[in-house]
Design a protein around this ligand. Structure first.
Ligand code: CLR
Length: 417
């Protein structure tokens, strides 16, 4: 929706097009699943009460507690509101760009409402790709480690990249089921007019980082499980030195406290520039803090949601769609081809359960084989490297997915399902 102006933006656009990213994405976007829920009713607490103290990877739950998405797809769901990043890149002033980056970081939480189900744990080497010709971006996610479960994600568009490591530490404590996020998330913005860094030089992009806040499922024992997301997010613009503290309040007794957020954006010299407020489950506003009588303005608003099975959002319903043009093009390791999850989506719960056991056994056998032959597992599309800006280790894309994909070379490069 925003004009691309800089040579860097045009170069990024050309790469995305030259690699035929949108090949296979010709079908209409699926936005819903069927409505009726024919799952057997089992109380969550009756199954969970024997599992206090366990983490999610060690819990074997009946497949009816799953939803037909994988954790690779749930990481991709963050991109539902990525037009906020397009908007950010269209702005010349860096603290103002931070407002939209922060709204993007908060917007992912609205999709958690009502989703009290276990996503499929990706198999080692499982991948997921997603591209949107209507919005000009593409995403690639790969499960790079099984113990602990870690996925690496890279999303790219002409004016931004979003990448990081999904690495969650889960624990069921009886009263609540808690999810802590260990990975760092990065946004690189390529504004049309470039960026002035802290040394006064004009450069073509800026780098932001933050860590995700905590998710917590409460109300399990009383039979009314709900999800809360809370904690302090520190967003830093490493290039200009701007920073923000963004507070996600823990759910209290007042209805208005549910989803409440409050943040302050400072420029590199410590001057308060903007305040940000609202709710991650509905709307986010910002206000110029340098003008005493400034009015707040709307930054982000959650999309309407049609009710459907598993309470998926309309965006989430698009992720696993078996689109006829796409299925022959994607890598053979793509979640869309995973048989147990497909059976679950089709309402075939017994098949889903037996297929889940089969693919997990297959994964175990492959690990045994590697152990016996002394082979070290290497992810296909990402490699660990030192980040040029933060100095932290991160998963760097090897730039070897989209070209082989367009040439049909990922159709049988591996057998994991
Ligand atoms: C939240 C948004 C993040 C990515 C992310 C990672 C882990 C997800 C979490 C999100 C939402 C809540 C989640 C969690 C893993 C397990 C937990 C789906 C999507 C569910 C609610 C736990 C349910 C467990 C019972 C059914 C036993 O960007």
């Amino acid at each position: 929706g925003f004009e691309l102006t800089s040579p860097k933006q045009l170069e990024r656009l050309e790469k995305i097009n030259k690699e035929e990213t949108f090949k296979g994405y010709e079908d209409p976007i699926r936005t819903t699943l069927k409505k009726e829920d024919n799952r057997p009713k089992i109380s969550l607490w009756s199954v969970l009460k024997s599992m206090v103290g366990k983490d999610m990877t060690k819990m074997t739950l009946p497949v009816v507690f799953n939803e037909p998405t994988s954790l690779l797809q749930r990481s991709t769901e963050v991109l539902e509101y990525c037009s906020l990043l397009d908007k950010a890149a269209s702005i010349d002033d860096s603290p103002t760009r931070m407002i939209y980056v922060a709204a993007f970081a908060a917007s992912e939480y609205v999709s958690t409402v009502g989703r009290i189900a276990k996503p499929f744990n990706p198999l080692l080497g499982e991948t997921f790709e997603y591209a949107r010709p209507d919005q000009g971006y593409r995403v690639l996610v790969e499960q790079v480690s099984h113990h602990p479960p870690i996925s690496a994600l890279l999303a790219e568009s002409p004016s931004w990249s979003y990448y990081g490591e999904a690495n969650v530490d889960t624990k069921f404590l009886g009263r609540s089921f808690d999810i802590k996020h260990l990975g760092t998330w990065y946004v690189e913005l390529y504004p049309g007019k470039g960026v002035v860094n802290q040394r006064g030089q004009r450069v073509d992009h800026e780098t932001y980082t933050w860590k995700k806040i905590r998710n917590s499922v409460v109300g399990i024992i009383v039979g009314n499980p709900t999800i809360d997301n809370y904690g302090e997010m520190q967003i830093r613009n490493h290039t200009t030195g701007d920073y923000m503290s963004f507070d996600f309040k823990q759910r209290g007794w007042r209805a208005s406290s549910i989803g409440e957020v409050k943040g302050e954006i400072y420029s590199h010299d410590g001057k308060l520039k903007y305040t940000v407020g609202g709710h991650w489950n509905s709307k986010i506003y910002a206000k110029d803090a340098t003008k005493p009588d400034a009015a707040k303005f709307l930054v982000w608003e959650a999309s309407e949601r049609t009710e459907m099975m598993f309470h998926l959002t309309n965006f989430a319903a698009s992720l696993n769609a078996p689109q006829p043009h796409l299925l022959p093009v994607i890598a053979c390791t793509d979640t869309r081809l995973r048989p147990d999850q497909r059976a679950m989506e089709n309402g075939q719960y017994d098949l889903a359960s037996s297929e889940k056991t089969r693919v997990e056994n297959k994964q175990r056998a492959a690990r045994k084989r590697r152990e016996l032959s002394g082979e070290k597992y290497e992810p296909a599309f990402f490699v660990q490297a030192k980040h040029p800006v933060t100095g932290e280790t991160y998963w760097k894309y090897k730039d070897n997915y989209w070209v082989p994909r367009k040439d049909g070379k990922l159709r049988d490069y591996k057998d994991i399902f």
